[in-house]
Design a protein around this ligand. Sequence first.
Ligand code: PMP
Length: 428
Amino acid sequence: MKSSHSTDDPRRDVDGPNARELWKRSERVLPGGGIFLTRSAEFAGRGVLPGFIDSGEGCRVTDADGHSYIDFLCANGPILLGYRHPEVEEVARAQAAVCDSASLYPSALIEFAEFITDRTPGMDWAITAKNGSDVVALACRAARSATGRSKIIQFVNAYHGFAPELVPFGGGVPAEHRASVVRVPWNDAEGLARAAEEHGKDLAAIVLNPIDQNPFHDTVDPDAGFVAAIDDVRKRTGARVVFDDVRHGFRIHPGGSQVAVGIQPDFICLGKGLGNGHAISVLLGSDDMREGTRRLMFTATFCFGMVSMRAAQKTVEIYDRDRIFETMSRSGRRLGEGIVAAAAKTGHRISWTGPAAMPTLRFVGDDDLAIGKRWSTEAARRGAIFHPCLNWFLNGAHDDDAIDEAVEIATAAFEATPLPEARDNQDA
Ligand code: PMP
């Protein structure tokens, strides 16, 4: 059954009257009327995607003006099974009815830590927190504590959260923080070896994502030589490997993205999809990282919230039971085949990269994103959220009907988007 949005007027503005009013009010109460957040429609360009989303169900969301969309952002990753999955919401409600945060450890903490470490080979202990940024920063500190060293290697453009030293750009970061992180280009095995040579004695950790998937770029897998170089550096220098699976966890390999990459890390950071929208992240570590980690000062008021722990355990149980990885990947392939064919038919040149459940679409030569934004706007007007500069996410509720409808919308959006030559002629 098609939802009401298919009858939307494709000429309408993406933001309706309610959203326009909310944007106006945001000028007063948000810094600059917005914040640099990839979760903000500002990141896509205001008016390209709906500014305000008020509810979600399965694979669809509804904006502040009541327009419904098939959603390929999934709250930037957290929605793994589908919005408001009934079984997850049931355990969350049951826990919320008795207690969420309590004075001391909840027993749910031990149950969750047992569950998640048993499920992740090589990981022996867990620390729960709320955001991905919390656990990546904690892992870096634990690696420094374990090694007694200070430098971190990360890869150019990679995002690992908002810890001042790790954030790749933006203001408010003291130079000394930046200086503690060495940035090496992705897939540059020689550059990595050189950095290790230069900083080896002071190298605490290498922090990496499973793939190079960053805004405004095609997605690039790690090549075998690069993975071998990471392993070589860790052996030669004693640097620890921090695997940031916050965004990609559950969507590259059901056993964790480290399995797909072929690396056994010292630390794994999970967040986003873990709680199907409930706020939880977890740092996992190996036995020989216990001592260094014990010495850390770490406390956070809400890191023992029981509702999110129960929700996360249920989410992962359902993910395994219902083989959600296979569903998301199959749907992602169906979407990709449909969109690539529609682009070719309408004369648009696109690149389609990334894992099936986390694709990246870019228009070839669209350096100023003018075509991508126009296409995303045309799709949003017709009822689908396709981000013009971030990777997309599939969830377990994207079924064949939703995908076919999304491909129809994408096709109409391609038809409504002028080809670059037409645009150039218009400009002339
Ligand atoms: N690591 C990666 C790879 C991420 O994509 C993100 C968030 N986009 C983070 C860490 C930080 O997570 P959070 O926003 O939950 O703090």
